[in-house]
Design a protein around this ligand. Structure first.
Ligand code: PLP
Ligand code: COI
Length: 344
């Protein structure tokens, strides 16, 4: 199969309509079989629940080409389960886990020419999402929904790839203490945009949210969880009920403990502790692990000892091991790799 003629190694993280997307509709209490479509446009009622009350959830995952020509997805059942949890939390009918994975397979298989080649550093980003398509005017859940999976080839989330980021601790909150911070709903991302624009206008790459109850603990950024490395080599990640349970972060903690033999801990991390860490990184499907070089808090610049030029050594080991597992160069823990296309 011939690949598309793209500059694969220089792709950004941008939307690009490609050949096929999967669409399934929920009506009269049931999901239909779903179908692949050529049409990138969505047509919905002017009073749809998504337009009036923001009833929407989504996922982010990637398909990778391996050296042997096979194409795989990383832990798709985890995304399927998280999306079902997200949906139930905002009163939407969950899309069945098994059908979710089958639909991901169908989208990848129908767009094989768009899956970036092995070694390009790029991947096929999958964006499953579900929204209230039926009309509502009183505040209540819709009766009708649409589930879609779109896909597009992407490169690094942050421009500059592995260059350490400069972050700023935000003055704004992302998630309420008993709210929706732990689900992947578009409404959380709308909440983060003002802080995002504010940080970028002030020249930072990204903003850091604190817990909104006490504003003393590190939570996450608008699109990634944190990993820190202590000066004696322990990998620490913030524990919080108001952040997204990142699949990348949970996988990296297993990689750190079981493959790299490092000490790991998931615990609340005080913003005052930032100055004690040796390395920091942002992790997620899109971010992979993006190193952090500097965090500004209340006007004070806190430089991570790993510096502003390259990834810290432990962050690099985590990055190499995770991407090695995804591209098939390192043996994966059981069940982490879902083969979509067998290759040669
Ligand atoms: N936190 C937020 C707010 C995110 O949007 C994402 C991206 O999905 C993550 C963390 C990382 O999660 P995952 O590793 O499952 O992609
Ligand atoms: C992802 O990492 O897949 C995300 O969804 C983060 C961001 C692009 C919203």
């Amino acid at each position: 199969m011939e690949k598309q003629n793209l500059d694969w190694s220089n792709l950004g993280f941008e939307y690009r309509p490609i050949d096929k997307r999967f669409i399934s509709n929920y009506k009269d209490g049931a999901w239909d079989e779903g179908t692949l479509s050529d049409d990138p446009e969505v047509r919905i009622n002017e009073c749809s629940g998504i337009l009036q009350y923001c009833q929407e959830v989504f996922e982010g995952m990637k398909a990778y080409s391996r050296k042997d020509g096979s194409v795989v997805i990383f832990r798709p059942e985890m995304n399927a389960e998280r999306m079902a949890n997200s949906a139930e939390y905002i009163a939407m009918p969950p899309y069945p886990v098994e059908k979710f994975v089958e639909a991901c397979d169908a989208v990848v298989k129908a767009n094989l020419s768009w899956v970036p080649p092995y070694g390009s550093g790029a991947s096929l980003y999958l964006r499953p999402y579900m929204f209230a398509s039926g009309p509502v005017i009183g505040v209540k859940p819709s009766d009708e929904y649409q589930f879609r999976i779109i896909a597009m080839p992407v490169g690094p989330y942050f421009k500059g790839g592995a260059k350490p980021l400069s972050l700023v601790v935000s003055d704004f909150d992302r998630a309420a203490p008993h709210g929706t911070g732990h689900i992947k709903a578009g409404l959380n991302y709308a909440m983060s945009l003002h802080a995002y624009v504010d940080a970028h206008q002030r020249g930072f790459d990204e903003n850091v949210f604190l817990d909104s109850a006490t504003r003393t603990y590190i939570e996450e950024t608008g699109g990634a969880n944190f990993l820190f490395v202590t000066k004696d080599g322990e990998v620490v990640t913030p524990e919080s009920h108001t952040i997204l349970p990142s699949i990348t972060r949970r996988s990296l903690m297993i990689v750190a403990r079981d493959i790299l033999g490092l000490k790991v801990s998931e615990r609340p991390v005080k913003v005052d502790e930032l100055k004690d860490f040796a390395e920091a990184g942002l992790c997620g499907t899109a971010a992979v692990i993006s190193p952090v070089g500097k965090i500004t808090y209340k006007g004070e610049e806190i430089f991570l000892p790993s510096g502003m030029k390259e990834m810290g050594p432990i962050t690099k080991k985590l990055y190499d091991t995770l991407t090695g597992i995804q591209s098939g160069d390192i043996e994966a823990p059981e069940g982490w790799i879902h083969v979509v296309h067998p290759g040669k």
